[in-house]
Design a protein around this ligand. Structure first.
Ligand code: HEC
Ligand code: HEC
Length: 314
């Protein structure tokens, strides 16, 4: 039934869009950042010496060959200690209004301290991070070049990592090129985008990150019982109203970042879509609708961040 009504809209959709009328914005082609700082941050991001057992780096859980996220449902930290939450991607995190599933860090600088000090992730004190970096001649030279004379501080390290993450944007997705009038979507992709808007996905997943700009319920319409509790806004505020409320995740590069949801309990994109449609909107998707939505979501994959170099392409 729905598809009969789709046709006139579909025709309109295949025409070049008027950017201001769309609820999703393209990622800017480039974002200015401090290159020396970001290169230093990149080194730190890949360096396992920032963990107590010397084996875990940021990249262990935020893998460039997995869209900046991790293939495991739950992270494994130092000494293979298991977490309970699935690592979201670091790509485009710069555009999120807060960091973490429950937004407990206000920005990337503040976020960087989280995993380094977390006992099940990297498990290292700020003082020990600074001490280890001070012992390395190469780091000392690089920190001096960027931050001037004086001892290396943890805040400088967090600042450099945040600058590197600023460079982890993925512009020029097929969808963004369509938004800018530079390319076409296939009929299937365009139908998927239309569904995304008409079914109401877009009420929570919108803006530059197709998410990342509000807190919403998992189970807004039908409660979800088969996910691990935790990591929600309630864990931060203790307010009952915030139970099962999460920062809406970005859908950028979503085809690369399985498994899905805060507990990694949905192995495939199709499963994630079925959960969203039923629990957050109240209906069951047909196979055709799933296929179309999925085709649209695949157009959100952008360029690999240039700072990672060609060898890191997904
Ligand atoms: C052991 C695995 C692990 C390591 C190591 C790790 N992370 Fe994470 N990261 C996670 C998990 C899990 C979350 C989500 C936690 C939550 O929201 O409660 C996360 C969240 C994030 C986020 C928030 C993204 C968003 O959309 O909210 C950023 C940014 C991030 N990590 C960057 C880093 C940086 C930088 C480092 C190194 C200093 C790092 N991570 C090390 C597992 C890890
Ligand atoms: C009421 C707000 C809301 C609506 C409507 C909604 N979502 Fe979500 N979406 C969320 C929240 C919140 C999460 C994170 C839930 C969690 O992880 O526990 C999420 C997670 C997802 C994920 C998994 C992302 C990841 O990285 O794990 C996908 C994919 C997704 N939504 C797609 C959709 C699609 C497609 C629709 C429409 C059929 C939709 N969503 C409708 C709020 C919403």
């Amino acid at each position: 039934m729905r598809s009969a009504r789709l046709l006139p809209l579909l025709v309109a959709l295949l025409a070049p869009p008027v950017l201001a009328d769309e609820p999703i914005l393209p990622i800017p082609r480039s974002i200015p950042y401090d290159h020396a700082k970001a290169e230093l941050g990149k080194r730190l991001f890949f360096d396992p010496r920032l963990s107590s057992d010397g084996k875990v780096a940021c990249v262990s859980c935020h893998n460039p060959s997995h869209g900046g996220a991790e293939p495991r449902a739950h992270s494994l930290g130092v000494y293979r200690r298991a977490g309970t939450i699935n690592a979201p991607t670091v790509y485009n995190a710069y555009f999120n209004f807060r960091q973490f599933w429950n937004g407990r860090a206000k920005d990337l600088q503040e976020q960087a301290g989280g995993p380094i000090h977390n006992p099940v992730e990297m498990d290292l004190s700020a003082a020990e991070v600074a001490r280890r970096l001070e012992q390395d001649d190469d780091y000392r030279a690089r920190f001096t070049a960027v931050y001037g004379d004086g001892p290396i501080t943890f805040d400088h390290a967090a600042d450099a990592i945040a600058e590197f993450e600023k460079a982890l944007t993925t512009p020029n997705a097929k969808f963004d090129r369509w938004l800018r009038g530079e390319g076409k979507l296939t009929t299937e992709e365009a139908a998927g985008y239309l569904l995304f808007k008409s079914l109401g996905c877009v009420s929570c997943h919108n803006g530059i990150n197709v998410g990342g700009n509000s807190y919403q319920y998992l189970g807004a319409v039908n409660p979800v019982t088969d996910v691990a509790a935790g990591g929600d806004l309630y864990a931060r505020t203790g307010d009952e109203f915030d139970r099962n409320r999460y920062k809406v995740p970005s859908l950028r590069n979503i085809e690369l970042t399985a498994p899905y949801l805060h507990d990694g309990s949905r192995a495939t994109l199709e499963e994630a879509l079925a959960t969203m449609a039923y629990h957050n909107l109240g209906f069951t998707l047909s196979r055709q609708e799933t296929r179309r939505l999925s085709a649209f979501l695949h157009t959100l994959t952008g360029d690999t961040p240039a700072i990672l170099g060609a060898e890191q392409a997904p």
